[in-house]
Design a protein around this ligand. Structure first.
Ligand code: NAP
Length: 212
């Protein structure tokens, strides 16, 4: 596939430039301020920043190019607008708050555990360069656990992406933890999304679990 990658020089983008190329895709990377000609690409991938992702996705979708979005921090109104634009252009827009397989399982196990343990809290820990808080993964986890779950955000150098879900009952606690130790963890999920995005219905699809 010919893939347009927004955020070529970012921490995730740099890993994806290599991983997508090694998987046989022809990747053209774009950085801030560079001119974008989206027409002719088979798909666009965005790992940039909350302030940039909506504009990038709008450019791609308007040109009829399906999108795979990993950038977090998109608000509900922006997601609704991307859904509308995708339907209008008859292309899919896939958004996942987390592309790591272990994180998807963590969310599934947390939802299951919440049925037996109504008292729970989430601690999400990320690199100090992550702008948005709480993380998209923490919000998605809380939603799947029934909504009213307090989230604590930690931002420190040295961290990549980590989350702990702690559930408490009389005399016991259950901790479910996922650690991303390298950004290579996100590449298989992005490759899967690229493989599937053109088969998705026009408009918005959210979450890697929709593809598994
Ligand atoms: P990062 O290192 O700050 O990289 C972002 C890159 O995007 C930077 O090189 C930045 O350039 C560039 N950029 C900013 N605006 C752009 C634009 N308009 N067009 C093209 N490039 C642009 O951040 P990161 O750690 O790679 O993370 C990127 C995003 O992905 C964040 O929102 C993060 O939360 C999210 N993320 C999601 C997942 C997931 O699984 N869904 C996993 C990890 C990270 P400058 O440095 O010049 O501004």
């Amino acid at each position: 596939m010919r893939v347009l990658l927004f955020g070529r020089e970012g921490k995730v983008g740099a890993v994806l430039m290599t991983a997508l190329g090694e998987a046989g895709h022809e990747v053209v990377g774009v950085e801030v301020g560079e001119p974008i000609e989206a027409a002719g690409f088979d798909a666009a991938v965005d790992f940039t920043a909350p302030a940039a992702v909506f504009g990038n996705a709008t450019t791609a979708l308007s040109a009829g190019v399906p999108c795979v979005i990993g950038t977090t921090g998109l608000d509900e109104a922006s997601l609704a607008e991307l859904d509308r634009l995708g339907r209008e252009s008859q292309v899919a827009c896939f958004v996942a708050p987390n592309f790591a397989l272990g994180a998807i399982l963590m969310m599934r196990f947390a939802a299951e555990a919440a049925r037996s343990f109504p008292d729970a809290e989430i601690i999400e820990l990320h690199a100090s360069t992550k702008i948005d808080a709480p993380s998209g993964t923490a919000k998605a986890t809380a939603e799947r656990m029934g909504g009213d779950v307090p989230i604590h955000s930690v931002r420190l150098p040295g961290l990549v992406a980590h989350q702990e879900v702690i559930l408490g009952g009389p005399g016991e606690t259950l901790t479910i933890r996922h650690d991303t130790s390298s950004r290579e963890a996100f590449a298989p999920g992005v490759l899967l999304a690229l493989d599937r995005v053109r088969g998705l219905p026009p408009g918005l699809t959210v979450g890697l679990e929709a593809l598994l």
